[in-house]
Ligand binder design. Structure first.
Ligand code: F0G
Length: 464
């Protein structure tokens, strides 16, 4: 690989660096996270964002068809003939006025960036195509991840669609929705279900990958985050290269918000935008480490010197009180986000905020998204629930231009959806009751009708 691309420690006071083809993904000096770094003087950055419009005429070239690689000049780590694309990144920015009304925004001011149209049904494919490409460049034959279900689905799809690598996925037992488990199994991934939750699985997969030399595709891998930057490029593209006021995103392992921050920092450094949008990260209230540390304990990037004692103390208190992550939004059921430091940097540079949303708020928002748009899985709706909260607090103004990222497809987790809309109290209680969800204010209940023509017609007349 060209030495104009390398890996660099994220901490400004540390000069740790690695070659681009190193797969240890840890700073050799301080053990911290790494960025993919580019020597832009030796690469060819685009002259302006509108320059990417020339790619629209090249859709017969898979690299220009891909919603990730058509921006390849902004993630220039792979020679074109090594890029592995399966058509990821065909996403839409939907103007959602009904959802805007629910959030308390003016019509035309709220958009939903819908990532459910990716090949595996979530935003993860943006990052996986980049990690997978890097894996291929390094000659990997096996790739692994710990997952709450979407990373694993994405890896499984990339492995089955390309036949280039074997997927090994670590999941917590009982911690993954059926839609996602189905994908891992159907696409032939070796699925290792360990007793424990995502945080346990994450620790184990790192140990195992190191021991066995397996390529790790979790978001500690900085190449994965390079792909996820393109979600932001596509939003800018859909807004005719105008920067919105806010990007609101659910926070789990904090890979997405970290990559969004890097995208905007680079665009500013390259002089391609004048200001970044503000970033809002929304945790589930049952998995709220970032919200607690950032908003309640005042943890900050602090010019690259975040308060390590504060972080350690917080994790110790979680351990001492045996607090585990618990939320219906299983995708973000994470208490030890691996990208914590990068997320702090992103919020520092983009004037960010963090909030939490209860399972009740998440499911109500999800029902509104479904009724007024393309639909999403519970974790994704945290962004809309969070926007509503920030709007109520007056931090987001009704006329701000807000984009909520819908990270995953509605059909990823039908159990939660059906329970919410169910007319059957037992189904509701069994799935949602123990999560503190008491109401289904926006339920669209199925109507029970006898198999009788007159009764059916009567029901339709009554309800429509
Ligand atoms: N939304 C969905 C649908 C997700 O699957 C995830 C993460 C997130 C949001 C949070 O993104 O981790 O970048 O902050 N899912 C991971 C997984 C953890 O294993 O699929 P993040």
């Amino acid at each position: 690989m060209s030495d104009a691309v390398f890996q660099r420690c994220i901490f400004p006071h540390c000069d740790g660096a690695l070659a681009a083809d190193d797969t240890s993904f840890t700073c050799p000096k301080c053990g911290g996270l790494l960025d993919v770094a580019y020597d832009w003087n030796r690469l060819k950055p685009p002259p302006a964002l509108a320059w990417f419009e020339s790619k629209w005429a090249e859709r017969s070239n898979p690299l220009s068809f891909s919603g990730v690689w058509r921006f390849r000049e902004l993630l220039p780590f792979a020679p074109p003939d090594k890029i592995m694309t399966i058509g990821e990144g065909q996403t839409v920015l939907q103007r959602a006025d009904a959802v805007a009304q629910f959030v308390g925004m003016n019509a035309g001011c709220l958009h939903l960036q819908y990532e459910g149209m990716n090949p595996s049904g979530s935003f993860k494919d943006n990052g996986m195509t980049a990690a997978f490409t890097h894996a291929r460049m390094t000659g990997a034959k096996r790739a692994a991840c710990a997952s709450t279900g979407n990373t694993s689905a994405s890896l499984a799809v990339f492995c089955s669609a390309t036949g280039l690598m074997r997927a090994i996925i670590f999941i917590g037992s009982g911690k993954i929705s059926y839609g996602k488990l189905a994908q891992a199994l159907d696409h032939g991934a070796l699925t290792v279900q360990i007793t424990g939750d995502f945080d346990d699985a994450m620790q184990r997969v790192q140990q195992v990958s190191r021991r066995l030399g397996i390529y790790l595709v979790n978001s500690v891998n900085p190449f994965r985050l390079e792909g996820q930057k393109t979600i932001m490029y596509r939003i800018l593209e859909a807004m005719r290269w105008e920067v919105p006021d806010w990007i609101v995103v659910p926070g789990g392992n904090l890979g997405n918000v970290s990559s969004f921050g890097k995208a905007f920092i680079e665009l500013m450094d390259l002089g391609l935008i004048k200001r970044p949008p503000r970033l809002a990260v929304i945790n589930a209230a049952g998995a709220n480490t970032f919200h607690q540390l950032y908003e309640k304990n005042g943890l900050r990037w602090n010019a690259g010197q975040p308060d390590a004692k504060l972080i350690d103390g917080y994790y110790q208190s979680l351990d001492m009180e045996k607090i585990r992550a618990a939320t219906i939004a299983s995708a973000i059921e994470i208490n030890h986000p691996v990208n914590l430091h990068k997320a702090l940097r992103a919020l520092d540079r983009c004037g960010g905020v963090a909030r939490e949303a209860t399972d009740q708020e998440i499911l109500d928002a999800k029902a509104k998204v479904g009724a007024g748009g393309l639909g999403c899985e519970p974790a994704s709706a945290a962004s809309v629930a969070g926007a509503k909260k920030l709007r109520r607090e007056g931090i987001i103004a009704p006329s701000d231009r807000v984009v909520c990222v819908l990270t995953g497809h509605q059909l990823k987790d039908p159990t939660a959806t059906v329970a919410y809309h169910s007319a059957d109290r037992k189904t509701f209680d069994d799935v949602l009751g123990h999560r503190g969800v008491r109401r289904a204010t926006f339920a669209n209940r199925a109507v029970q009708v006898p198999n009788d023509l007159d009764e059916i017609i009567k029901a339709i007349e009554v309800y429509t």
